[in-house]
Design a protein around this ligand. Structure first.
Ligand SMILES: *[C@@H]1O[C@H](CO)[C@@H](O)[C@H](O)[C@H]1NC(C)=O
Ligand SMILES: *[C@@H]1O[C@H](CO)[C@@H](O)[C@H](O)[C@H]1NC(C)=O
Ligand SMILES: *[C@@H]1O[C@H](CO)[C@@H](O)[C@H](O)[C@H]1NC(C)=O
Ligand SMILES: *[C@@H]1O[C@H](CO)[C@@H](O)[C@H](O)[C@H]1NC(C)=O
Ligand SMILES: [Cu+2]
Length: 162
């Protein structure tokens, strides 16, 4: 029984030591992976969450809460297509050329990504393909949805660390 105790103490020490080092390694991994957020593969992000793409919701605040965005993430814009009885407010998705146009909600020179019909069903999907600022806005009513309706936001996608 004397050998038993010694062997077990030794095993206990080894097990305790290795558990401790695993814990330490784990903590270090968690710490180093916190910034930037390390997630598996590209994400699909619904713009506005459960609010979707609508008038009177602050997408600037939404985008700020949802950073970081990554290259190859997909943004999903969900909005009702026009109906025959005109009960929906039609929306669209534009990419504005620069910060100045974004601030002023100036749609001249903007690129239409999705028209009023494309937000239905599973929504309109846009993949963030490049590492540059993307300025999004609704193009309806000459920029009124963008300015008064707050239907604008920008994202600067980061490169994901695999
Ligand atoms: C937007 O919000 C304002 C102020 O709360 C409200 O008066 C207006 O009816 C809203 N417009 C739409 C289209 O929801
Ligand atoms: C819906 O809007 C269209 C175009 O503005 C108009 O021609 C049509 O009469 C409207 N329908 C109803 C039911 O108000
Ligand atoms: C809107 O943008 C266009 C193209 O960038 C520019 O030529 C025009 O001057 C701008 N308009 C205003 C009111 O800033
Ligand atoms: C984005 O996806 C493409 C195609 O799958 C891939 O070639 C590229 O390396 C990805 N870029 C980043 C930054 O993850
Ligand atoms: Cu709109």
């Amino acid at each position: 029984m004397g050998g038993f105790t010694f062997a077990h103490s030794l095993i206990f020490l080894i097990v305790a030591a290795s558990t401790l080092s695993v814990c330490t390694a784990n903590k270090e991994w968690q710490f180093s992976s916190r910034q930037p957020k390390k997630t598996q593969g590209p994400n699909k992000i619904i713009v506005g969450g459960s609010e979707g793409w609508r008038f009177n919701f602050s997408y600037t605040a939404w985008a700020r809460k949802n950073v970081p965005f990554y290259v190859n993430d997909t943004l999903v814009f969900k909005y009702d297509p026009p109906t025959a009885d005109n009960t929906t407010i039609p929306h669209s998705v534009y990419l504005l050329p620069n910060l100045r146009s974004f601030v002023k909600c100036n749609l001249t020179g903007a690129q239409m990504l999705a028209d009023v019909t494309q937000g239905g069903g599973d929504g309109f999907e846009f993949v963030l393909k490049s590492w540059k600022p993307h300025y999004f806005a609704c193009g309806q009513h000459d920029g009124i949805h963008c300015s008064v309706g707050q239907m604008k936001f920008f994202v600067m996608p980061m490169l994901r660390w695999y």
